[in-house]
Design a binder for this molecule. Sequence first.
Ligand code: AMP
Ligand code: ZN
Ligand code: ZN
Length: 403
Amino acid sequence: MRNLLYILLLSIILFTGCNQQEKKQTLPYVVMLSMDGFRWDYTDMVETPNFDKIASKGVKARTLKPSFPTKTFPNHYSIATGLYPDHHGIVLNSFYDPETNRHYAISDREAVEDGSFYGGEPIWVTAEKQGVLSGSYFWVGSEAEIAGYRPTYWKKYDNGFSYSQRIDSVIAWLQKPETIRPHLILWYFDEPDHSGHKYGPGSMEIMRKVEQLDSLLGVFLNKLEKLPVANEVNVIVTSDHGMGPVSNDRKVVLSDHIPTEWTEEVQGYNPNFCIKAKDGFEDYIYEALVYTEGVTAWKSEEVPERLHYGTNPRTLDIVVVADSAWSVVLDPDQRVGKGAHGFDNDNIDMHTIFFAYGPAFKVDYVSPTFENVDIYPLICEILNLDPAPVDGTLEHVKGLLKE
Ligand code: AMP
Ligand code: ZN
Ligand code: ZN
């Protein structure tokens, strides 16, 4: 009897050991690139053979719906955490935290690198906690230590690094010896956002930029295909938001409507602001803006449910967003470019792209629109990670995956 028990115990140990070995050996890779401000329909405006190649070898979403406000930092961090900006705390590219009396801005290196601003659990933290190595080349939030973790490989943001250098670094990470090779890589290009702001989303310049990005994608895919791990890599190409046309003819100047004596904090940038009123002035500000053509203003507690915004103290007292194609600026001299984002996430111009292929994904499949908070549970599923509690839902994106 005792012998039988020993044999049983030994087989259980051996079986679990083998299984863990197998889990480790078969763990795939996820390499996710964000091209900032890539509107959902840019790939229909010009020839993009490399995006088309991903779509035919894998999947694409009709559109990817960003979170509100449709700005860069809130959305990259929503993709990373699976949480809406109201829940992860990066509520705008610049904000005031009334609880700690501190300011955050993307131009303030100290703030960007201060983990205490970042809520939720970014996917690289989930991975590192569970023994999966990760690398980030400029993904928002990855320059800070969050909940005691950083990606194994990460870099300080510096726009001076060419896209070719970024491609080569990502390829080099995938060539590291297996024991130190990251299985999750997030990386970032700041275009076509910049061109979209400057020249507008329908411009010739944006079309040329999209063609250039497509060919860079081709360079990356060619290099990737030559790697020994090529068949184990799931490639995702996505973005934070789209781009809408704006013009100096449709502009609301905040100082024309609300005198500075009424406000304690005015945070944000066209087309989004969060305002903290001086005592007794909240209703004055609200009344002044709610009847102004070209903007929508809410008391934070009255922001519509569908936007998932306004409960975080960092959204302050009043939330302001320009209506489609309008701008909101602080003073009359401020010019706007030809494109902007930050608008309501139901505005289709704010929608963006999701392309992916690899062993986890179906072939030649177009999925309905899903939300960017669904990407976190999708990656957890592919990498066999236990997800943190999030706003995103695996069910919304399960259709992208092979059965
Ligand atoms: P926006 O269009 O204002 O929402 O922000 C886009 C800008 O964010 C881009 O031009 C990037 O240069 C900048 N950006 C992206 N990631 C970072 C980062 N990690 N640190 C500082 N700036 C960044
Ligand atoms: Zn952006
Ligand atoms: Zn932008």
